[in-house]
Design a protein. Structure first.
Lengths: 119, 112
């Protein structure tokens, strides 16, 4: 069964450093997402991406964050200057948009996550 | 999107059927009900989705009454590996916007 993969599984960085989290979505999917989950808290939406541009972003996704699809398979989240409060699990997800007349909403498939620790 | 309310936690013995009820009083006509499962340190995993009446797959059943103001996820004969957090989400079909809004979920603990 196809699955979303993420690398690295764990990233440790110093405050103020840049990090890039990588994701390989399911190959025929067209929508891509990043979510994060601070330890013990809810899963929070960061950004959605479609047709090489951001579709929607949350208040969390400020100027320190950026996303990119550098090639046909990877989807990346960059944090320009990490802060202590950026420590969290970051999940990538992908989905196939449904056409008109479809009977249900799209299903988002999540990757295993990258645990980011900012020291 | 409609707010959802579900129990914070539930305990069950192995082999029992578990029913987790979620209320979504303000669900809109075009909204669907979707359940995800999350194990510790893993990403959420889609379990089941429905619009009305009953939906069943190899993992669970989803019961939705006619007024759609609540839904019940039913897990038959749970095992220890079903210990996880279960999220009830209301998902709309807004064009170009597929953001999922997770609540705190229900932490299910299966006891041997």
């Amino acid at each position: 069964e196809p699955e979303v993969t993420q690398t690295p599984s764990h990233q440790v960085t110093q405050m103020g450093q840049e990090v890039i989290l990588r994701c390989v979505p399911i190959s025929n999917h067209l929508y891509f997402y990043w979510y994060r989950q601070i330890l013990g808290q809810k899963v929070e939406f960061l950004v959605s991406f479609y047709n090489n541009e951001i579709s929607e972003k949350s208040e969390i996704f400020d100027d320190q964050f950026s996303v990119e699809r550098p090639d046909g398979s990877n989807f990346t989240l960059k944090i320009r200057s990490t802060k202590l409060e950026d420590s969290a699990m970051y999940f990538c997800a992908s989905s196939v948009p449904l056409g008109p007349g479809s009977l249900s909403t799209d299903t988002q498939y999540f990757g295993p996550g990258t645990r980011l620790t900012v020291l | 999107l409609a707010k959802t309310t579900q129990p914070i936690s539930m305990d069950s013995y192995e082999g029992q059927e578990v029913n987790i009820t979620c209320s979504h009083n303000n669900i809109a006509t075009n909204d669907y009900i979707t359940w995800y499962q999350q194990f510790p340190s893993q990403g959420p995993r889609f379990i089941i989705q429905g619009y009305k009446t009953k939906v069943t797959n190899e993992v669970a059943s989803l019961f939705i009454p006619a007024d759609r103001k609540s839904s019940t996820l039913s897990l038959p004969r749970v095992s220890l590996s079903d210990t996880a957090v279960y999220y009830c989400l209301v998902t709309g079909r807004g064009a170009g916007s597929y953001q999922l809004t997770f609540g705190k979920g229900t932490k299910l603990s299966v006891i041997p």
